[in-house]
Design a protein around this ligand. Structure first.
Ligand SMILES: *Cc1c(COP(=O)(O)O)cnc(C)c1O
Length: 393
């Protein structure tokens, strides 16, 4: 596989493995096991298996390996391990690298299930976790200690879209010899340079932009060959969070178009954010690609674009937000993101319902806040839909 391919080429051809039939489209190897030519060959493979020698689908599979290699090329990582869901990837990355007595520092504004692992599960096994405001570099610096083993963050927080300075946090983590593990879903693999900016491990929920068409759950852990084929593969293959070959095939097809899709979605998101920016029914439009975003300069440097998600703060709280959601004709009320279909979510009553009102307030999640994941529909149609629904709010 030529290493000098640009990402658009790698996304179409990267990782390809062809059977004796020389098929054009990637084959789905829907098999759990693999036959050995002899007892000696079986013995040899259990001692050491090469990159195209498989043992059991919980450990690896040719279709899954294609997806792992294509993702590694896109992210600029040496290797990857594909998982059954985004959460299997987050859990696998954290648990495989940590042990009792370790200290972890994490940003506080996290996807609900990520927060659950860090706040509830890891402490049960003797891991101490300190939470910080991810945008405050002095807080990171104060919290990362000599005995800190791992630093975790989501590069863009959900749903208020605060951006974390990866280069700066990586530097602080590495000074203390800690791993930096990054959940990069909101940045998307298209706008990510996270490995280059210092992340040791990058994790994605492939359920979002990688599938991009709302079909399957999946995830991936990306990093150095030593970390991936060492502690991470060992943990994942024994605990059963592997991606199915059928899912890997869906994700491979998703990757063929991800660059086109995500760039088109980000372009529409910017146009919509600008069109709504000073709307009288809104107190605020939050979009990392707008010049008035508090970290606009960091966004330009770190990602080059604002991503595919916008947050709108609607005047009039929950009632007005619900009137807005219910009046939309194109945007769907759901809770996925990165989909071809535009999706609208009211975090306070759904994804962040479990939190207390005080916790929500601390994260900036008011009752009027609406998260908009911008899809692939026509930008003018979406603008008209949002404007007519805002008139109802
Ligand atoms: C969706 C999401 C996850 C979890 O992914 P699943 O595929 O649903 O398990 C983790 N982190 C972030 C930031 C997400 O958006």
């Amino acid at each position: 596989m030529p290493k000098n391919w640009n990402s658009r080429t790698a996304l179409v051809h990267g990782g390809a493995r062809r059977s004796q039939y020389n098929e054009v489209s990637e084959a789905i190897f829907l098999t759990q096991g693999f036959v050995y030519d002899s007892a000696e060959a079986a013995e040899a493979r259990f001692i050491e298996s090469g990159p195209d020698e498989f043992i059991y689908a919980r450990y690896g599979n040719p279709t899954v390996a294609m997806f792992e290699e294509r993702m590694a090329l896109l992210e600029g990582a040496e290797d990857g391990f594909a998982t059954a869901s985004g959460m299997a990837a987050v859990n696998g990355a954290l648990v495989s690298l940590l042990k009792a007595g370790d200290h972890v520092v994490s940003s506080r504004a996290l996807f609900g299930s990520c927060l659950y692992i860090l706040e509830e599960i890891l402490p049960r096994y003797g891991v101490e976790v300190t939470f910080v405001d991810g945008t405050d570099l002095t807080a990171w610096e104060a919290a990362i200690r000599n005995d800190t083993a791992l630093v975790f963050c989501e590069t863009i927080s959900n749903p208020v879209l605060e951006v974390i300075d990866l280069e700066a946090v990586a530097k602080l983590a590495h000074e203390k010899g800690a791993w930096l593990v990054v959940d990069n879903v909101f940045a998307t693999p298209v706008f990510s340079n996270a490995m280059e900016q210092g992340a040791d491990i990058v994790v994605y929920s492939a359920t979002k932009h990688i599938d991009g068409q709302g079909r399957a759950l999946g995830g991936i852990i990306l990093g150095s060959r030593e970390d991936i084929r060492g502690p991470i593969e060992t943990y994942m293959k024994h605990t059963g969070g592997a991606m199915s070959p059928f899912t890997a095939w869906i994700m491979l097809k998703g990757l063929e178009t991800i660059d086109l899709r995500v760039k088109a979605q980000a372009e529409t998101a910017l146009a919509l954010a600008r069109a709504l920016q000073h709307h009288e029914a809104l107190t605020q439009v939050i979009y990392p690609g707008l010049d008035d975003h508090p970290q606009a300069a960091l966004v330009k440097r770190q990602m080059g674009a604002g991503g595919t998600v916008i947050a709108l703060d609607i005047k009039g709280g929950k009632d007005a937000a619900f009137r807005f959601l219910n009046a939309l004709e194109i945007a769907l009320i759901s809770n996925n993101l990165g989909d071809a279909k535009t999706i609208v979510t009211h975090p306070a009553t759904t994804t962040h319902q479990r939190l207390s009102a005080d916790q929500r307030a601390a994260l900036g999640i008011g009752d009027g806040l609406v998260r908009l994941s911008v899809g692939l529909e026509d930008s003018d149609d979406l603008r008209a839909d949002l404007l007519q629904a805002l008139a109802e709010a």
